[in-house]
Design a protein around this ligand. Structure first.
Ligand SMILES: N[C@@H](CCC(=O)N[C@@H](CS)C(=O)NCC(=O)O)C(=O)O
Length: 229
């Protein structure tokens, strides 16, 4: 059994979709980041960057006791390697999947995340930040739309590259993106949302709205001082 620590966020949804696609036995372990639950010693022992998602695999292939993994991209690679699925075999095609998972982890996730922050959570409107991340988000959508022209999936067959990118498109209302501007992304998005495993993982409701944070919750997730130790 695999425990998944997290809540209703795009990075957690990646892991849930992969687990559903692979038919693995898992349990959701709700962890409320607005209450500071990401800072408990127990959670930091498995996720030292104090972020969700993280997993504990209680039946790892190598029988050396429970195995934990943090960072959603690493979790996707781990689950794909563990099951021999959602990742092609040849090195050339594997490299393509790695490229797009890394594109997601280093580009799409962080940039859209910053846009979401400055649109929905920043205590003041910062025009430069809003412009910068709106433009970067549009650029990244354009890159994905170009990649998906004439393709059903991002890198060969359906893979962890698709699973990494899809949840951030699901949350597009938080970034004020209209899929009509990106027809290839729209087609791919709908095709994946027709998959029973995706619906089981994320539900058929629209993506959650931005959280309403009181001051204590805001300081938990977006501290106004840097840690000193
Ligand atoms: N690169 C990480 C990002 C994870 C992340 O940013 N998680 C946020 C929620 S969306 C979080 O746990 N925030 C809690 C905190 O920063 O204290 C991944 O993909 O796993």
């Amino acid at each position: 059994m695999i425990e998944v620590f997290g809540g209703q966020t795009p990075n957690v949804f990646k892991v849930l979709i992969a687990l559903e696609e692979l038919g693995l036995d898992y349990r959701r372990m709700p962890l409320d980041i607005t209450k500071g639950e990401q800072f408990t010693p127990e959670f930091l022992a498995i996720s030292p960057n104090n972020k969700i998602p993280a997993i504990i695999d209680h039946d790892p292939v190598e029988d050396e006791g429970p195995l934990s993994v943090f960072e959603s991209g690493a979790i996707l690679f781990y689950l794909a390697e563990r099951s021999g699925q959602l990742m092609p075999r040849g090195l050339r095609r594997r490299a393509e999947v790695m490229e797009w998972v890394m594109w997601q982890m280093a580009g799409q996730g962080p940039m859209l995340g910053q846009l979401g922050h400055f649109r929905n959570y920043a205590p003041e409107k910062v025009p430069y930040a809003l412009t910068r991340y709106t433009f970067e988000t549009a650029r990244l959508y354009r890159v994905l739309d170009t990649r998906l022209a004439g393709r059903d999936f991002i890198a060969g067959d359906y893979s962890i590259a698709d699973i990494a990118c899809w949840p951030w498109i699901h949350f597009r209302a938080q970034h004020d993106v209209d899929l009509a501007d990106y027809p290839n992304v729209a087609r791919w998005f709908d095709a994946l949302y027709a998959r029973p495993a995706v619906i089981r993982a994320v539900g058929s409701e629209p993506a959650p709205k931005p959280l309403t944070l009181d001051e204590d919750a805001r300081r938990m997730v977006f501290p106004d001082t840097a840690p000193t130790k």
